[in-house]
Design a protein around this ligand. Structure first.
Ligand SMILES: [Zn+2]
Ligand SMILES: [Zn+2]
Length: 121
């Protein structure tokens, strides 16, 4: 694969490490779970809009490092968001319906192993 076609160099950038740590310390609780009255520590920072959906490198960096495009999630809700995007063929997801949220809490354990979203956080 040509460098620039993978998300690897974005995640390994110092700018991302800094932004991710800062965002998690400001938003330590899963932002979706809390909407449903559940307090769960956030462990992952998700991009609401997939930065890899942008067509050029500058736009990708812009979306990648845009604080307003981030949401702190637990791994179950993170799975739920990527599942939602895959299912609905959309490039954006920052919230789950209550039904999707409940499903993610249950399905996660079974399906997580089959789905690798790490390349496209
Ligand atoms: Zn959650
Ligand atoms: Zn994600």
């Amino acid at each position: 694969m040509i460098d620039g076609d993978t998300s690897m160099h974005y995640y390994s950038s110092k700018a991302w490490q800094r932004l991710r740590n800062m965002y998690l310390s400001l938003h330590p609780v899963c932002e979706i779970c809390v909407q449903y009255g559940h307090v769960e520590p956030a462990t992952e920072v998700h991009h609401i809009r997939r930065f890899m959906a942008e067509t050029n490198e500058a736009a990708r960096w812009n979306t990648f490092l845009n604080e307003n495009n981030l949401v702190s999630l637990c791994s179950k809700c993170h799975y739920g968001c990527h599942n939602h995007m895959r299912k609905h063929h959309t490039d954006e997801c920052g919230m789950l319906t209550q039904e999707e949220w409940e499903q993610a809490q249950v399905q996660y354990g079974n399906l997580y192993g089959n789905y690798n979203y790490e390349e496209d956080e």
